[in-house]
Design a protein. Structure first.
Length: 222
């Protein structure tokens, strides 16, 4: 372990661990259907929903098409992203990202080849593709992950995005006809996501190796 990593671990306080645990629970969706007060810890429940103007139609309306429909849909994403970024900024100030780096490093480094600090974004992608995308962008802008690591992570996120939420919403009509239990279906989706990300990882590593070898050959010839 490098001196930098040791310093990071030494600075993690109990506040950081508590903030990390709360965020992982909130973004994982495990309490979304909880009948008790613990449901208030779930991100989707806190995000809530828009009120209806007529029957089941909210301000976005129904039957829209084109750029205007796309713009109206974008407006519905703003509260979700704002709430998620607010959570992340507060948790980061308490040291949650440093705790995430330590906790998720043994999992994400061998599994996807990305640093543990992407752990919160990794968990958030279970229930929201938008939050995961925004958090990944934030990690890149802060220099926490490289461009290649972002490419691998995005390839993981893109396949079966928001795997838990979309399986129970978009795939809900097909679930009664499925031969396998819902839990097995989600596990298979996760396996395919990880497999796809590692194919991209292999391609990037091969390309980087060729570039290094090409550079050495060029240097020798020169």
């Amino acid at each position: 372990m490098s001196e930098k990593e040791k310093k990071v671990e030494q600075k993690i306080s109990w506040k950081g661990w508590v903030a990390l645990i709360i965020l992982v629970i909130a973004f994982s969706g495990v309490l979304q259907k909880n009948p008790g007060p613990l449901a208030a810890l779930d991100f989707a429940n806190l995000n809530g929903q828009f009120g209806t103007i007529y029957e089941n139609i909210n301000f976005k309306g129904a039957g829209g098409v084109g750029a205007r429909e796309g713009f109206a849909f974008t407006l519905t994403l703003i509260p979700t992203v704002m709430l998620a970024l607010g959570f992340i900024n507060v948790a980061e100030s308490l040291g949650a990202l440093k705790a995430a780096e330590k906790l998720f490093r043994p999992l994400l480094k061998p599994l996807l080849g990305i640093p543990g600090i992407a752990g919160l974004a990794f968990v958030s992608t279970f229930t929201s593709s938008d939050v995961g995308a925004v958090m990944t962008k934030d990690l890149v802008e802060k220099g926490e992950i490289t461009d290649d690591e972002r490419t691998i992570f995005v390839s993981y996120q893109y396949a079966a995005s928001a795997v838990i939420t979309n399986t129970f919403t978009c795939g809900a009509p097909l679930l009664p006809m499925a031969l396998l239990p819902v839990g097995i279906i989600i596990v298979l989706e996760m396996i395919v996501k990880i497999l796809g990300a590692n194919i991209v990882r292999f391609i990037l590593n091969s390309k980087a190796k060729k570039n290094r070898l090409g550079g050495k050959e060029y240097g020798t010839a020169k």
